[in-house]
Design a protein around this ligand. Sequence first.
Ligand code: GLY
Ligand code: MN
Length: 485
Amino acid sequence: MPPPGSSSPRRTRPPPRQRSPRMNEQGAFEGGWADTERRPPLQAGATYAAKRRSAVSERFPGERVVVPSGGLKVRSNDFDYAFRPHSAFVHLTAELGTQAVPDSVLVFEPTGTGHTVTLFTRPRSPRDGGPDGAEFHSDRRYGEFWTGRRRTLPETSAALGVEAAAREDLERVLRGRVPTRVLRGVDAHVDALVTPHARADAELDRVLSELRLVKDEWEVTQLRTAVEWTAAGFQDVVGELPRAAQLARGERWIEGTFNRRARLGGYGLGFETIAAAGAHACVLHWTRNHGPVRDGDLLLLDAGVEADSFYTADVTRTLPVGGRFSDVQRRVYDLVHAAQSAGIAALRPGARYGDFHAAAMRVIAEGLDAWGLRPYGRTASTPESDLYRRYTLCGSGHMLGLDCHDCAGARLETYLDGVLEAGHVLTVEPGLYFQPDDLTVPAELRGIGVRIEDDFLVTADGARCLSSELPRGADEVESWMASLR
Ligand code: GLY
Ligand code: MN
């Protein structure tokens, strides 16, 4: 017997076989590889993901639930777009951008009392033969020689706190005759394996979307991180404005400047960066970004860093390229700022979701009236009149989380027609856009587009701005820009 306190030698697996290196018939290089198995700690978000899985399990007793990550999408020929797993999959696994494996599938298998949950995924590329013996060297989509090391199944299990199995076993499991719901349209192979039940599958989609409406504390931390890096990106952009103003495609310089920060601090972008100078700011999603950034113009930058955890920020600032607003630019800016402030003041738990938009639009409508703008020969005066919409074009915000436009599958009564709750995270982003060819406005307004967007967490007694590090008011914006030059 070993003395108390001494550790007995525990062996969880046999030592690797030592073979002389050789190449087998499949072209795999056998032997001579060190054992590199790791023991990763449980990822920080994993315990929160486990609670979300419990909620799914409770919602669908006795049924199998299948949530795929999705796979690689061809960009052209033999190159793929960067892999980004489906947000519902991320929500239920807390998987990270640097680790996510294409074609993974989360399966909830019903038991008498609940579900066992297994993550079917790609194990490491075997280097020592076997049916996929050549994958490591020869498969440019999945071979580790091409794309980098994946986790082993035990490593995946340790990191995510969920059982892990090989994806190749999935087909056998899904053949078992159990009522099955699938998150459809994510993995064509999975879709084909399970007979669709349109209503049940659509309900799953909705439930998974609504489960994401209220953010837990870990999600709020992730969103704060995303916003912090986004603020850093905006600061970088201000520093680069003089350089951008000298370039024929200055908008691209702005885009690249922000995107560099996004890749440095996070996994990447929550959406394509909108770097819209001059009249391009009147295009809501201007992502061509091939125009100049001229001194005297405004630059509308709408951008968000997606954190390693896939949670994204979404912030807009409209900046005077030369550092000072002209009188007419400031007039438009101040009205949008007042509208945003009114929208922000309407954020509180229990308020109707639509309240902040209505509050912002009332300020816009009254401001346009005060300017004597009568787009259709009548005053805009009330949000209900809708006449002002010629110049505002869209809603004033949206839920924010793993998707920039988060929880899009939620029912009207839980989102657009619902009430705000503590834990909701949303944007408030009114704007005014005077198209360059709009003859209903004075010439001096044409080609001016202004949007101001911040991210908010609804709290027990109001709302907290997550992006308050960035100035909002015109004076504060000018001082901030001067301090960065
Ligand atoms: N930031 C882009 C959007 O909210 O549509
Ligand atoms: Mn937005």
